[in-house]
Design a protein around this ligand. Structure first.
Ligand code: ATP
Ligand code: MG
Length: 251
């Protein structure tokens, strides 16, 4: 088994999802046979209407949910023991920052991951400072996360992930709730990170800036997968799935 997993990890695909089907415990179907492959270095947008299954899919990639079908991230299954191996490599930013921040100081929340993998104190401190500065929250380390605004929380949530130096970033609505300056900052940060990214978002202008490829999900199925410019400029496709052609592509 180990040999096979290593062989799979050696391939260029960092994310491989095959036939993934999931219903929530109350019976709500959320994913109905999703196939998705993401190669190293790709930046992919996950788009689709409310309730399409975007967050549910991301939650399978970090092992929080487990459906039927095959999921491999860096060649290993994120469920069970697999996630321990992946924790250093995969950064996950939740849609709701309150799901990410749980300590009493911003600095402690950002330090939590690096401490957990046993990095020395000086390295942890350096990473905390670097990550907070990167998201425009330098000097906020002593603040209480639950007293921050939503946009500030989103930035700290991103910092907690950046501090881990991940190889793959899974981002659920990274720009929602941010003011224009904060949104630009996040786009700039993400654009500068040469990582593999999967970004679930309704911010289609962000998609055009950051993601050459888009995967359109609706009712738990992949209904389109291709170049973002082609998908997002297709008015009939966008409308059929509750979206609209972004302003910068109209006219
Ligand atoms: N905890 C839950 N229990 C039951 N059903 C859920 C739960 N979370 C989500 N769902 C349902 O699963 C489906 C997919 O939801 P999901 O949150 O993945 O959609 P989404 O594409 O992320 O939507 P949004 O754009 O609003 O973030 C929806 O029908 C939703 O109502
Ligand atoms: Mg969602």
């Amino acid at each position: 088994m180990k040999g096979r997993e290593e062989e799979r990890a050696g391939r260029q695909d960092q994310v491989r999802v095959e036939g993934l089907t999931y219903a929530y415990p109350d019976g709500t179907p959320a994913l109905r046979g999703v196939d998705l492959t993401i190669a190293r270095g790709e930046s992919v947008a996950l788009i689709g209407p409310n309730g399409a299954g975007k967050s549910t899919l991301l939650l399978h990639l970090n092992g929080i949910l487990q459906g039927r079908g095959d999921v491999a991230v860096f060649g290993v299954s994120p469920s069970g023991r697999g996630m321990k191996t992946l924790r250093r490599k995969v950064g996950f930013v939740f849609q709701n920052p309150d799901d990410q921040l749980f300590l009493l100081r911003v600095g402690d929340d950002v330090a939590f991951g690096p401490q957990n993998i046993g990095l020395p104190a000086e390295e942890v401190a350096a990473r905390v400072t670097r990550a907070l500065v990167a998201v425009g929250m330098g000097g906020m380390a002593e603040r209480a996360p639950h007293h921050l605004s939503t946009g500030q929380k989103k930035r700290v949530a991103l910092a907690t992930v950046l501090a881990m130096d991940p190889e793959l970033l899974l981002l659920d609505e990274p720009s929602s709730g941010l003011d224009p300056r904060g949104r630009r900052a996040v786009i700039r940060i993400l654009a500068a990170l040469p990582l593999t990214k999967l970004i679930a978002t309704h911010d289609l202008e962000l998609v055009l800036e950051l993601c050459p490829r888009s995967v359109l999900l609706d009712a738990g199925r992949v209904v389109a997968d291709g170049p973002s410019r082609a998908l997002l400029s297709d008015g009939a496709l966008m409308e059929a799935h509750g979206l609209e052609v972004p302003g910068s592509m109209r006219g």
